[in-house]
Design a protein around this ligand. Structure first.
Ligand code: PSV
Ligand code: MN
Ligand code: MN
Length: 388
């Protein structure tokens, strides 16, 4: 008998993780971008690669786009292309970090003309969302300052509110805005949305359709991220996750690679706070694959999330609650750790097979020959990169 009960399997079957289109393009550090043969040359090819991840795992039914990197003439055609490959288009990410006009800010800029341009860019994103059928507009802002005294911190916060209000007013009834926070970079002294508290204050001032996006790589070392997850769920304001993992800064490495235990603790709070079928929370990856193959990198990522979810589902919640109530510290910790240390991989492999999926999606994809095929097919044109 499987260690995954029917109830656990039913929960796992609900899991859906959104892939970022930019994970399939070439990316790197400020030192070097290593190109990979077969890298997509346009959004259509990025979606084709993303569809491979879903095909082998049944875990990744949607793909997030980034505008202008994924700008196309006909979004309806892009949507049909995705659907033809068995996936759908998801979150639309805006981009106000690659334009000279935004050197000193976009939505917070002192100059109303620059703010207008940045707000209009978000209007374009909302128009695209109507065409693609996307629910969420995700905003990450690269705004801040490098030196004390450089900027009026308070004025920027007020302008941010006004700009966001205009964008929010433009959302359709079923659309949402999710505001991502990040404690530093590219600005190094202050960031205009540095933490969940600021994001929460800004979105709470907008209304029900505005939520917080939590990127796991955007916290200072040592931050208790699962506590933030719990609090935002409790407040009904956790809109989405950007999953990745980090050793040092915003590393954007494969989720669960650096600290699987942290991922387990985060997923446990998700389950505690309403579970995987909470319609308000979008689970996305925000990763780059600088030296590893991109499609297998994404397959590994969604499997890591699935694995830690299965372990978190194994926590004996009743026994844990009893130990917590009676103040049995070590027993509570034992129950929690027992689930974390349970190897669920053989049971997950069996369960996949029972659903007509490969027991080992990494091996099945490797055997498919897809990577060699795209390397042969995709010659000519310019390979997409992080930023194209
Ligand atoms: C930059 O930090 C960043 O990694 C943010 O996390 C965004 O979500 C992502 O880029 C895509 O815009
Ligand atoms: Mn992110
Ligand atoms: Mn980031």
């Amino acid at each position: 008998m499987s260690i995954l009960s029917e109830a656990v399997q039913a929960e796992l079957a609900k899991q859906a993780i959104e892939l970022p289109s930019w994970a399939f393009g070439n990316s790197g550090t400020r030192f070097k971008v290593f190109a990979t043969p077969g890298t997509p040359r346009d959004p259509y090819e990025k979606i084709a690669d993303a569809a491979q991840v879903h095909r082998y795992t049944a875990l990744a039914p949607t793909v997030a786009l980034h505008i202008p990197w994924d700008r196309v003439d006909d979004y309806d055609a892009l949507k049909r292309h995705a659907e033809g490959l068995g996936v759908e288009l998801g979150t639309i990410n805006s981009n106000t970090f690659q334009d000279d006009d935004y050197k000193f800010g976009a939505l917070t800029h002192e100059d109303a003309a620059v703010r207008r341009k940045a707000i209009d860019h978000h209007f374009e994103c909302i128009d695209i969302m109507h065409a693609t059928g996307s629910r969420d507009l995700k905003i990450w802002l690269a705004e801040g300052s490098n030196y004390p005294g450089q900027a009026d911190l308070r004025g920027r916060q007020d302008r941010l509110h006004e700009s966001l209000q205009e964008i929010y007013a433009r959302l359709g009834d079923d659309q949402r805005l999710v505001l991502e926070y990040k404690f530093f970079e590219p600005a190094f002294y202050h960031t205009d949305v540095p933490d969940w508290g600021t994001s929460y204050a800004q979105v709470a001032a907008l209304g029900e359709k505005a939520m917080v996006c939590l990127d796991t790589g955007h916290h200072a070392p040592g931050t208790n991220i699962e506590f933030i997850v719990m609090q935002l769920l409790r407040l009904g304001k956790l809109g989405s996750f950007d999953f990745n993992s980090r050793f040092y800064a915003d590393d954007d490495l494969i989720v669960g690679a650096a600290d699987p235990f942290q991922l387990f603790r985060i997923v446990f709070e998700v389950l505690r706070g309403g579970g995987l079928n909470n319609p308000d929370v979008a689970f996305m990856l925000d990763q780059c694959h600088n030296v590893e193959d991109k499609i297998p990198g994404q397959i590994r990522s969604v499997l890591n999330v699935q694995e830690m979810t299965a372990r978190a589902l194994l926590v004996d919640r009743e026994a844990l609650a009893a130990a917590q109530r009676s103040g049995d510290v070590l027993e509570a910790n034992r129950i929690f750790m027992d689930a974390f240390y349970t190897d669920v991989r053989p049971a997950l492999a069996e369960w996949r097979e029972s659903r007509g999926l490969p027991a080992d999606p990494m091996a099945a994809f490797a055997e498919s020959g897809y990577l060699a095929q795209i390397a042969a097919d995709r010659v000519g044109g310019v390979q997409a990169g992080w930023g194209a």
